[in-house]
Design a protein around this ligand. Sequence first.
Ligand code: TMP
Length: 204
Amino acid sequence: MKGIFITLEGPDGSGKTTQARHLAEYFQKHGRKVVTTREPGGTSLAETLRDLALDPHLPVSKITESLLHLAARADHVEKVIRPALAAGRVVICDRFSDSMLVYQGVIGGLSLDVLRRLNAFATEKLEPDLTFLFDGSPEAFLPRRRARGVSDKFEAAGLAFQQRIREGYLLLAGQEPERIAVLDATASEAEVTRAIVKKVEKFV
Ligand code: TMP
């Protein structure tokens, strides 16, 4: 059986983690083995790099930050994602390369073209089969972000920053409409799950 690589993208507090769980349950019900993972992270090295990349007390340039994310991704792809796909598993990853294109590229001002080339090197050209973009106004996600507490340097930034993130993601979705499905993440939990399952069924 062929592996399937699905990534979930969008701002913090948009419901990605909850929907990752529902999607995993959906595939398990259909007899598929699932690996649920996240970026930055997913291996011991990548989790260590995550702490460094997201540490608000450790200011780094956008270039250094990108390289930390890329190193984390390279390790994650090599040790977790590729082996799982080769074994025919469904891999559901909370954030992946598109996060870097938005946070370090669109927001951070680094060239998308350069980031895409570095990313192709780090991942040996691994791209998601399907990406769900959890879209919605920054205000709509504010209560969930507040409930979680401000935990890293991006989450500490304000609503205008969140709006730029949204626009960055929509820009990417416009460039790759086949891969990136835009969801109304302000809909109810059940409605978002239904929209995801519908798209997945079409893809599978
Ligand atoms: P999260 O795990 O709570 O979603 O937080 C991860 C943060 O890392 C989020 O603010 C986005 C950021 N990030 C990047 O800046 N670049 C990347 O390549 C990735 C994967 C995440």
